[in-house]
Design a protein around this ligand. Sequence first.
Ligand code: KG4
Ligand code: ZN
Length: 357
Amino acid sequence: MRILAIESSCDETAAAVVDMGPSYRRILSNVVASQVDTHALYGGVVPEIASRAHIEAISMITRQAQSEAGLSLKDLDAVAVTHTPGLIGCLLVGVSFAKALAFSAGLPLIPVDHIKAHAAAAYLSHPHLEAPFSALVVSGGHTSIYRVPTPSTFEEIGGTRDDAAGEAFDKVGRIMGLPYPGGAAMDALAAEGYALLETGDLKKIPLPSPALRDCFDFSFSGLKTACVNYMHNYRQIHGLDKIDPIPHEEKVRVAVSFTDAAINGICKTIRNVLQYTHEKTLVLAGGVAANSHLRKAVLSTAEKHSAALYTPSIQLCGDNGAMVGAQAYFEYLAGVQAGTGLNAFASGEAATICPAL
Ligand code: KG4
Ligand code: ZN
């Protein structure tokens, strides 16, 4: 089944063509136009600017996805689009565009949940992955744990009660003066920190765990605030002004201390989830799943519980259209289709009662 999939929930305008079937999962094209450089000026995504940038890019990106796949509209079997959750103005651009395209070409329209799509990226990197599995989706906007009994059924069993993991990575990076989004730079700094920890040349900062007791929930806001306070105190003690650069060694210490606390909290919760669900298959997905230290630690946690870990390739961890196409295939098999009444919803819960579906 050849699906043209569109993603515009945040600051990436993306379109892809995937070819999915019972025994094959192929990415024919996967085009992503990132707005990161624009939003870096403001230290975070500005919703109104993001929506306008999607409007400017979406036709060209979709055309490019079709041309790279070598397919015209008549060769396609369906159009898919992320309709929830995300920034409402951004979602509306993708949803309106996809509705018009599907209607004009007489193709079925498949609405897709962005979080499910992140987990579905793992199908593309691992052709033999099948539900049931447990999934942890860690991104800039979301951090949630699901039981996934069938590919289109996601039962949330835990998640963050405040900040998403990626949001915390970005905030700590920003306070250290790293370019937005800080996740990848934090990853590299933490690598230096782990090497120094091994040789005994660095001491970690004691920080609170994001894992909450007796549940599968997280709180990343306390961990983030502890890092922010540490940096403020450091500046005061060393007589540094707000704009004075923090010494590199101190950035390394904060990055590795934050990363280690975040990873230990996540792995502790994953251990509890695997014990509770008795599941032997785990999916780790979302933008933060690109973190090299997190990937290693979750793999070792899964192995200790005799569970197999499936993580999308690094290129498929961040927002992209192929992951939307992969999830759309399973939604279609489950009978999910939308008409021209399809709407966008900023939060996932609202979408479950969407009358248009
Ligand atoms: O999934 P995604 O592309 O967008 C959302 O749906 O939110 O995730 C973006 C997030 C950002 O917070 C970014 O800093 C983080 O993923 N990220 C990372 C890494 N690469 C991207 N966080 C930690 N380590 C990384 N290597
Ligand atoms: Zn995302």
